[in-house]
Design a protein. Sequence first.
Length: 106
Amino acid sequence: MIDNIISGSQIIAEVKSSGKHLQSAKMQLAFYLYYYFKKEKNTILKGKLRIPLEKKTLFVDLTEDLEREVEKRIAMVENILSLSNPPKPVRIQYCKRCAYKEICWV
Ligand code: SF4
């Protein structure tokens, strides 16, 4: 869920508690930018990734490369959704702290 849309400035802001998983945070924000670009009549927004505890702010623009990357990942998700059975989960290092661990590992 989007953390904040800064009205009047065309900025979607995403706030993270740490910069540990920066790439996934950037892709999450890229998806929001992509979604609004496609759904809201090509409205171009800027993305702002804020990590207040680390005093960091990064800006994300929806470039053509990033747009293609988002579309590639959406296709991967659609492919999984089209399977008659979901793939078996694979335990990875993030599982211990993941908010979904009860769904994957019960
Ligand atoms: S617990 Fe989280 S990180 Fe691990 S497989 Fe499930 S969703 Fe992925």
